[in-house]
Every structure is written in C-alpha cells, then in structure tokens.
Ligand binder design. Structure first.
Ligand SMILES: [Cu+2]
Length: 159
C-alpha cells in the first residue's frame, strides 16, 4: 500500500481529460436529407460519477453542427452545452435535444453512416456514427433567422 505514488494526481496538466471514455452512445441516427439542414439523434450514457457537458460538435458531412433544443415547437441553439448527468442518460430525440447539421456537404441517403465528433467540456472528444433513416417527423419550426443567416454573406445592402 505504501508504494502508491501520487503522479496520477497531476494527470490533468496534459490538456484534454478523459470524459470521452465515460460516454457510450447508442441508437444514433440522422434524418435522411437531400441538402440543407438535418438533425441527428441518439442516447448518450454517462458511466462516470460526475456530469459531463457536450460543448460542441463537428462533422465533415456538414459546414457546421450545432447543439439544439426545441422549446414551444421552435428550435434554438443551446449555448450552455448539453449536460449528460452522472450515471445517467441524455436522450436526443425529435422534438427535443438534437445535433443540427447546417449545410450538409452531400445528400444523406437512408443507410448512410454519418460521423460526428462531440467536444466535451474537459477538452476531450468522442466520435459517434449515426445511420441515416427516412423519417417523416422532426419537421421543426425553423424560426426564420437561420436561412437568412446563410444568405447574409452578401455585403451589399440594397438601398
Ligand atoms: Cu435544430
């Protein structure tokens, strides 16, 4: 017993933590789409004894991936991140939390695998693979600003 060293106590000094190893993602899927926006869902389990927060997401299959929630049938970005409770689950589902793909780079056809990388608050990352499915629901109300945001790159104001 006396031979235990204390070097492990310094493990946080090397950057990213290992929260990623505590997360297990199951039933991940993404709504098939020809272009534009779509959303991914699934169940994320946290086997650790502390809450783990997902702070961002990226995918080579889309220009950007945002963390979204749906409130009163309108979806919006979750700026505070998505918390996976200690020893519990976070469910991403139509009408609730989801990963929003903005500007997909190629069509998602049913059966395609789409990889997403989640960034966690401790700096670690976890990949998930979502399979594309045809799904008639999840037609959230997009509150108007998002398409305009994409068009607003043109610098000339027409006056
Ligand atoms: Cu959304």
């Amino acid at each position: 017993m006396a031979a235990i060293t204390l070097t492990l106590a310094a493990c946080s000094s090397s950057g990213a933590g290992d929260d990623a190893s505590s997360l297990t993602i199951t039933d991940a899927w993404v709504k098939a789409a020809a272009d534009g926006m779509t959303a991914a869902f699934g169940t994320i389990e946290n086997s650790s004894d502390h809450d783990i927060t997902i702070t961002g997401a990226t995918s080579e299959a889309a220009k950007t991936v945002e963390l979204h929630e749906v409130v009163d049938n309108v979806m919006r970005p979750v700026d505070r991140g998505l918390a996976v409770p200690a020893g519990g689950f976070l469910t991403l589902e139509p009408g609730g939390y989801h990963l929003m793909f903005m500007g997909i780079t190629a069509p998602f056809a049913a059966g395609d695998d789409v990889t997403v990388t989640l960034t966690l608050s401790d700096g670690s990352e976890v990949d998930l693979t979502a399979v594309a499915k045809d799904f008639a629901g999840a037609d959230e109300n997009y509150d108007g600003g998002m398409d305009e945001q994409m068009e607003s790159a043109s610098p000339e104001a027409s006056t």
